[in-house]
Ligand binder design. Structure first.
Ligand code: 26W
Length: 802
């Protein structure tokens, strides 16, 4: 089998010439007065040139061999920066550093000028980005399909300790990684009515927009394979109204274009509460319809029998956001291509897979039949037909319909229309079966499977943690980047003091760099000898940042009560954004900042405790924080975190977890062993039982030695003297409606933190624990996850024969 073009080595002389050529001829700049922006662009174009060849080779090979392809439909791709990642995968990073230094430019300074591509909210979007990179690495022919949002996730700042949101503007500068494909454009219909003509349903839409493609190549490890991320931008289908413009009616002349563009204008910043907004439904259909039209167009260039579609096309729905793919594919196959309804349905099901990423009831998409029916009248009919077909085909005893109480339930729709449904960790998949879709699971017992998440070790270890990567290569040789199980080879070394000293030195180098950055960014001096304790993720009640900050206050009170005792110095680091409309999460942010201000300015505390919360947490900040972390906070209420993927990144980078039995923590614990994990808290079953007692939180608080004092201090305004009653509401809720069991788990968490202190004070024990976390993290590579999807869901072989 012909392999795709493998990476040719590039000499510094060649790269230098390429950079200069782009600076001169692409950017039209003279080296003598080029800005860092110009240099970054020139380097990016020079690197991009090296991606294009393997990209073409991969595409050609897929066509020549008529291979099956994956189509990953996702409303979010949280990519981050691309330049350094691309140089790492092409084996060009050192060459680029040398070449840019020759131009008097610092490679790392340039890299940091690149804005994050923040086309996602959190876990689901970042997973899609890791999957794209892993599909390219393992040679799985694939397209990612998404929306080219003009504004990615908002920028966060703190004003008086409170979150403020500012628009994100990544496209205000040239994006060197994308290729506009104006020739690949599709008309996306909306609204209007459905008429019956000669026994067939005909949809007469009253609105249309154009979906226009932008392609970004995604290069895998060592440039052996590359796939395409195709993002759609909305354009008007109407021509510019020159006559109106000439009459002086400028705004009206531009109106159709402005209206159409709203569809791809902004990313919805809510990552858990679904809102039922028409614009969101339109965005979902816009992405899905454009992707499916593109897929069918490509299929029809070589095949004529649409019933063969599942042999060549796998379509993965990333949560229910593209779940309209079921009815839309049926519509395209039947209304537009003449298949019978039944054939269309079976063909669509053969292609579709559905990944569930959350059990939280408020996150499950349900559209009012009114909104759904007016926006997509033909799809409303098709959904009802799917529902009645399913009901009559399976005669369920208790039918959980797709359409119920005037709502279309997207989870049920996705389930019925998919040949495979998966959860994202062992525990979560179990709960998807037992709690989310028990009836549907009983009808289709083989449909739900588990695919535990993973992360790409190229970005999350090789690129972002150079000291540790160098040590790993020195110890076990190369090859671990594409076969993370090889990290097991580190285990025997975890007994050797010399190796552990080097492991410790690598971590310390990262901590020194982070301490420097914290100093410039936050104006707080932290000691690299302190334990760096990190919780970074979206702010949400179920993730329990509140538990962390309450325990921080308890620790502070202990220091104040006995300032002469011995304490293990700690830096508590928080990072994360709240959805703009999520008042409770915003209150928690305010509290963390208030507590930080008091503690950081208390001279009696000094280096023993610091609280750091840098604003605007994003992928690039994660790349800085994770390699420098000593402790990974994964403390969600059991049963609520589907998987977590940050937890895996910390483990790979040698940070033990303090965590609950939730999501993939369960599997992390299993891999690393109980001696190397700080487990605490209730299990899912215990949590469910505990909630049955309406008095549970009051009882927990009263039983705790520390918690009443913590809550009292906060309630009295110890951290908000300018407004003493600021946290009355928050404290009241902990006492009386503590659904996420912060109080009930408080003492167990506090005790686990004391264990952490004890372990950290015992240096040899701690470093060994940290090193074993890295050594046993191989399972959490997204390459493993992708291979498993290829086998269990997509039935696809690697084009690289691996
Ligand atoms: C419609 C509003 C909305 C938007 C996004 C609801 C729900 C979502 C996502 C499903 C939330 C999400 O990002 N889930 C996370 O997915 C990760 C990848 O599988 C998991 O690791 C996280 O545990 C899960 O919270």
């Amino acid at each position: 089998m012909e392999a795709a073009l493998t990476q040719a080595t590039i000499t510094p002389t060649q790269l230098k010439a390429d950079v200069l050529r782009h600076l001169t001829f692409t950017l039209g700049k003279d080296a003598a007065n080029a800005s860092p922006y110009d240099w970054r662009m020139a380097l990016s174009f020079a690197v991009r040139d090296r991606i294009v060849e393997p990209w073409f080779a991969s595409t050609r090979q897929t066509w020549a061999q008529d291979r099956k392809r994956v189509h990953y439909l996702s409303m979010e791709f949280l990519i981050g920066r691309i330049l350094e990642d691309a140089t790492v995968n092409l084996g060009l990073r050192e060459v680029a550093e040398e070449v840019m230094a020759g131009f008097g430019q610092d490679f790392h300074g340039l890299v940091e000028g690149e804005p994050d591509a923040a086309l996602g909210n959190g876990g689901l979007g970042r997973l899609a980005a890791c999957f794209m990179e892993s599909m390219a690495t393992v040679g799985c022919p694939a397209y990612g399909y998404g929306i080219r949002y003009e504004h990615g996730l908002f920028k966060q700042s703190f004003q008086g300790g409170q979150q403020a949101e500012m628009p994100e503007d990544w496209l205000s500068m040239t994006n060197p990684w994308e290729f506009a494909r104006p020739e690949s454009a599709y008309v996306i219909p909306f609204k209007g009515e459905v008429k019956t003509e000669a026994g067939r349903e005909v949809w007469l839409p009253s609105e249309t927009v154009l979906a226009s493609a932008y392609d970004t190549p995604v290069i895998g490890w060592q440039g052996k394979w590359a796939n395409t991320l195709r993002l759609w931008a909305a354009k008007s289908t109407q021509q510019f109204d020159l006559e109106r413009f000439n009459r002086g009616d400028y705004a009206a002349a531009a109106e159709p274009e402005a209206l159409a563009r709203t569809l791809s204008r902004v990313l919805y910043p809510d990552d858990t509460t679904y809102q039922g907004k028409e614009l969101r439904l339109k965005q979902e259909f816009f992405l899905t319809s454009a992707a499916l039209q593109d897929i069918l167009r490509r299929f029809k260039t070589v095949h004529s029998n649409l019933l063969d579609l599942p042999k060549y096309v796998a379509i993965q729905m990333n949560d229910t956001h593209p779940a309209i793919a079921g009815p839309e594919l049926i519509r395209l196959l039947s209304d537009e291509n003449g298949l019978s309804f039944q054939d269309a349905l079976e063909t669509a099901r053969g292609c579709l897979g559905y990944t569930n990423h959350t059990l939280l009831p408020e996150a499950l998409e349900r559209w009012a039949t009114f909104t759904f029916g007016t926006t997509l009248p033909r799809h409303m009919q098709i959904v009802e037909r799917i529902d009645s077909w399913h009901r009559s085909a399976y005669h369920p005893p208790h039918y959980i319909g797709i359409v119920k109480h005037h709502e279309v339930r997207m989870g049920e729709l996705a389930f019925v229309m998919a040949h495979k449904v998966n959860g994202v960790s062992a525990l979560h998949s179990d709960l998807v079966k037992k709690n989310l879709f028990p009836e549907l699971n009983a009808l289709h017992p083989d449909r739900i499977c588990n695919q535990t998440n993973g992360v790409t070790p190229r970005r999350w270890l090789k690129m972002s943690n150079r000291p540790l990567s160098a040590l790993i290569t020195k110890t076990i040789g190369e090859g671990w980047e594409a076969d993370l199980d090889l990290l097991r080879g580190l285990e025997p070394h975890c007994e050797k003091p010399a190796f552990l000293a080097e492991f410790d030195a690598a971590k310390r180098a990262n901590k020194v760099a982070l301490a420097d950055w914290i100093n410039t960014e936050c104006g707080v001096t932290v000691s690299p000898d302190a334990l760096f304790d990190v919780q970074i993720k979206r702010i949400h009640e179920y993730k329990r940042q509140l538990l962390n900050i309450l325990q921080t206050v308890a620790h502070y009170q202990r220091i104040k009560a006995d300032p002469s005792a011995d304490y293990v110095p700690r830096v508590k680091i928080f990072g994360g954004k709240s959805a703009p409309g999520y008042a409770v999460a915003k209150e928690i942010i305010h509290l963390i900042n208030d507590v930080a201000r008091v503690i950081n300015n208390d001279p009696e505390v000094g280096d023993r405790l610091k609280v750091i919360y840098p604003a605007n947490y994003n992928v690039s900040m994660a790349e800085r924080l994770i390699p420098a972390a000593d402790l990974s906070e994964q403390i969600s209420t059991a049963g609520k975190e589907a998987s977590g993927t940050g937890n895996m990144k910390f483990m790979i980078n040698g940070a033990p977890t303090i965590g609950t039995l939730d999501g993939a923590n369960v599997e992390i614990l299993q891999e690393v062993g109980a001696d190397n994990f700080f487990l605490f808290g209730m299990t899912t079953a215990e949590a469910m039982k505990r909630r049955e007692d309406p008095e549970q939180s009051r009882k927990a608080i009263e039983a705790s030695a520390a918690l009443p004092g913590v809550l009292q201090a906060i309630a009295e305004g110890a951290f908000s003297p300018e407004q003493p009653d600021r946290y009355h509401g928050l404290v009241h809720r902990v006492w009386h409606h503590d659904y996420f069991l912060v109080a009930a788990d408080f003492d167990a968490y506090d005790a686990a933190q004391a264990e952490v202190d004890k372990a950290y004070a015992d240096r040899p024990r701690w470093v060994k624990m940290a090193a074993l976390n890295t050594a046993r993290s191989g399972f959490f590579s997204s390459d493993r996850t992708i291979r498993s999807y290829m086998k269990d869901i997509w039935s696809i072989e690697s084009a690289l024969g691996v």
